[in-house]
Design a protein around this ligand. Structure first.
Ligand code: NDP
Ligand code: 13P
Length: 350
């Protein structure tokens, strides 16, 4: 067992929906230090022990001081959106030492801003342009013991105290065991896997398919076609994973099919909701302007589309969703394209 004293608090960076849900889960076992960059929010949390309409455990204390966080905690859970992750690591990195352990909960990729401005025909992207969050941690700090948290973990359900499970991906036994030690409870089962990359890819890529599933629901379509989208979407996730170096098995576990089912069928998912509103005919600008929280899958879709070109992958669902979201492609034409797509092998991977 690694040497983390249970009397030491565990840190969380990002007091958003998921960071707050994780804070209450951790508080079953340990004291928690929750970092927010907003000083008034820190004060409010410490005074009221309420945030996002949820009662926080008395074991959760908030701080606005990254140095205090890094000095007080060996184990840290960064839970900020992927578009802020590298910036957050720039601020946190100088405070970190090799003894720190970071397990992130972010489901997305990091890529240079230029990639998001380029048109689809712009500069091609290669794997070295795209980083997972654990790769960002390794690039931006001296920390080596990294991991990720991935699974069907809709924050709203966790905050209601509903049970679920997650998987910690890491190359290090001690990261998996310490993560289990602090997170496991009668509400939360924690699996472990050495396939960190697979768990990260599954967590990010399922958001694309959740958008697609929402589109179908928004169009008023039923379970048959939703099931087929999830099935073929999972196949595309495996193609991406295999091309990028993870095993197929990652996509059939908690981080893969587990999270895919939750996110692609729940109105509590922001990605599903984004797709649902598209399917209902709303313009993307209107959806983005009125959705306070980010749908990670929109950004992941841009990156995945370029990676698919790089790896020459056959991923028609990803292609069609890209065209719907970024090129105003007609949804009915996209569905027709996919149903008549000339490829009939059911399962072509192992
Ligand atoms: N919500 C969910 O159900 C789940 C979410 N996730 C993943 O967790 C990640 C975060 O999602 P979620 O919590 O829902 O998002 P939210 O939008 O609810 O919250 C994001 C939080 O990150 C903070 N933040 C942003 N940039 C920085 C920074 N540079 N330094 C410190 N804090 C920062 C924001 O702070 P500020 O308020 O100051 O902007 C905000 O509190 C996403 O990748 C998501 O996919 C994973 C599983 C479940
Ligand atoms: O990843 C999630 C649940 O596991 C959360 O999904 P959304 O970001 O779509 O809300």
């Amino acid at each position: 067992m690694p040497s983390i004293a249970v009397e030491q608090p565990v840190g969380i960076i990002g007091a958003g929906s998921f960071g707050t849900a994780i804070a209450n889960l951790l508080a079953y076992n340990v004291d928690v230090l929750l970092y927010s960059r907003q000083a008034p929010l820190v004060q409010q949390i410490n005074e009221t022990h309420r945030h996002l309409d949820v009662d926080l455990s008395p074991r959760v204390r908030a701080t606005n001081d990254l140095q205090e966080l890094a000095q007080s905690c060996t184990l840290l859970f960064p839970v900020v959106p992927s578009n802020s992750f590298r910036k957050m690591m720039h601020s946190l990195g100088p405070h970190l030492r090799p003894y720190h352990i970071l397990i992130h909960g972010t489901k997305g990729f990091d890529a240079p801003e230029q990639l998001f401005q380029d048109t689809d025909d712009g500069k091609p992207v290669s794997r070295s342009d795209v980083s997972t969050m654990s790769e960002v941690i390794l690039q931006e700090s001296v920390v080596r013991r990294v991991g990720c948290l991935s699974g069907p973990n809709l924050a709203s359900e966790i905050m209601e105290g509903q049970p679920t499970a997650t998987v910690i991906g890491s190359a290090y036994d001690e990261v998996i065991s310490i993560g289990k030690q602090v997170l496991s409870s009668e509400h939360f089962h924690v699996f472990g896997t050495y396939d960190l990359l697979g768990a990260e890819l599954a967590g990010a890529l399922k958001n694309i398919i959740a958008i697609g599933s929402g589109v179908l629901k928004g169009k008023g379509l039923g379970k048959n076609i939703q099931a087929m989208l999830i099935t073929r979407g999972l196949t595309e996730m495996v193609y991406f994973g295999n091309a990028m170096g993870s095993q197929s098995s990652a996509f059939f576990g908690t981080a893969g099919i587990g999270d895919l089912v939750a996110t692609a069928t729940s109105k509590d998912s922001r990605n599903f909701t984004f797709g649902y509103r598209l399917g209902q005919g709303e313009a993307i600008e209107d959806i983005e302007a009125t959705m306070p929280e980010l749908a990670e899958g929109v950004r992941t879709l841009q990156i995945a589309r370029k990676l698919a070109r790089h790896y020459k992958l056959r991923v028609p669902i990803t292609d069609m969703l890209y065209k719907i979201v970024f090129e105003n492609f007609d949804i009915d034409r996209a569905i027709h394209f996919l149903i008549t797509y000339p490829y009939d092998v059911d399962v072509d991977f192992i």
